[in-house]
Write a protein that binds this ligand. Structure first.
Ligand SMILES: [Zn+2]
Length: 95
C-alpha cells in the first residue's frame, strides 16, 4: 500500500477530510487535510522535521551515502593531513 500510485480522484484520497481553511478566493480550501492539524500543507505549514530521537536517527540513515563526511572519516583525514605536513617538513629539512 505504501508508495502505491493513486490518481487524485481515487476513493482513498477523496475520502480524506478536507483542509477547509478560508482561501483568498473566500471559499474553503479543498486540499486533503494532514492528520496532524486538520489543515493542508499550505495552510497548516510545512513539516518542522523529526522530533523523536528515533525519527532523527531515521533521517540520518536516509541521508547517509558513503560515510565520507562522518565525524570519524573527517577526523581521520585531518589527522593524516597533519601527519603528511609533518613528514614533508621533516623531509624538506634534510635537503
Ligand atoms: Zn488548505
Amino acid at each position: 500500500m505504501k508508495n502505491q500510485y493513486r490518481p487524485y480522484g481515487s476513493p482513498d484520497l477523496a475520502a480524506l477530510p478536507r483542509c477547509g481553511a478560508k482561501t483568498r478566493a473566500g471559499v474553503p480550501c479543498k486540499q486533503p487535510a494532514c492528520a496532524r492539524n486538520g489543515r493542508c500543507h499550505w495552510h497548516g505549514g510545512k513539516s518542522t522535521g523529526p522530533r523523536t530521537t528515533e525519527g532523527k536517527a531515521r533521517v540520518g540513515q536516509a541521508h547517509y551515502k558513503h560515510g565520507r563526511y562522518t565525524r570519524a572519516a573527517m577526523a581521520q583525514r585531518k589527522a593524516f593531513a597533519q601527519l603528511f605536513r609533518e613528514v614533508r617538513a621533516l623531509l624538506g629539512k634534510r635537503k
